[in-house]
Design a protein around this ligand. Structure first.
Ligand code: SAH
Length: 209
């Protein structure tokens, strides 16, 4: 099967399972080539629904996790988004047609520079990769409409990131101890406070701090 048929069958699977629920996010999955965000040795697995190694001991999230997190973020064309954990750049690339601007921070300089290459090869212009520690968020461009952490964070970091949200803004992150089972959690800033909702257990690589 060629890449585009593999991609269509992945999209069918993600829709059938209910991970992809909006046509906007579905179109973003159709538009962005996941193979372009993988090391050459992993490309043949681009459209299997699994996390894959991308170097520096890090992973690109599984497509279903990208779909779920993107849908929960309720992306709007006017949104300014912060991502903690660029990795390959794929999650930011999926968000790129759905929002106005994405700032994404990556701890490892070699991953950040590879992600920049991946994004520019795909012709993406509204993602700014910042090769810095994102454990304190990114106050320089705050407040954000949406914040997504694609590495696991502790409750204290979740609360800190919540302070960089606009009123009505949404934060999504896996909360929990490193190398343990975490809980995918959203927070919506309402009246200056974070209204949180827990979804399901998951395992992400930890935030370095
Ligand atoms: N969103 C990525 C997957 C990220 S994996 C993708 O689509 O491919 C989590 C990433 O968080 C890793 O690349 C890891 O290096 C990064 N990370 C860990 N601690 C960080 C920190 N303190 N600041 C910024 N990025 C961090």
């Amino acid at each position: 099967m060629d890449a585009s048929s593999q991609k269509e069958s992945l999209i069918t699977h993600l829709k059938r399972e209910g991970y992809l629920s909006s046509s906007r996010v579905e179109q973003a999955f159709r538009k962005i080539p996941r193979e372009d965000f993988l090391p050459a040795s992993m490309r043949e697995h681009a459209y299997s629904d699994h996390p894959l190694p991308i170097g520096s001991g890090q992973t690109i999230s599984a497509p279903h996790m990208v779909a779920i997190m993107t849908e929960l973020l309720e992306p709007k064309k006017t949104d300014k988004v912060l991502e903690i954990g660029t990795g390959s750049g794929y999650q930011a690339a999926i968000l790129s047609p759905l929002v106005r601007k994405i700032y994404t921070t990556e701890f490892y300089p070699e991953l950040a520079s590879q992600a920049k290459k991946n994004l520019s090869r795909t012709g993406i212009k509204n993602v700014e990769v910042i090769p810095e520690d994102g454990s304190k968020g990114l106050p320089a461009h705050a407040p954000y409409d949406k914040i997504i952490a694609t590495c696991s964070i502790l409750q204290g970091t979740f609360n800190l990131l919540g302070k960089q949200l606009k009123e009505g803004g949404i934060l999504i992150a896996p909360i929990g101890e490193p190398h343990a089972i975490q809980m995918l959690t959203t927070g919506r800033r309402t009246g200056g406070k974070l209204k949180t909702k827990e979804y399901f257990p998951c395992v992400f690589v930890p935030l370095r701090q």
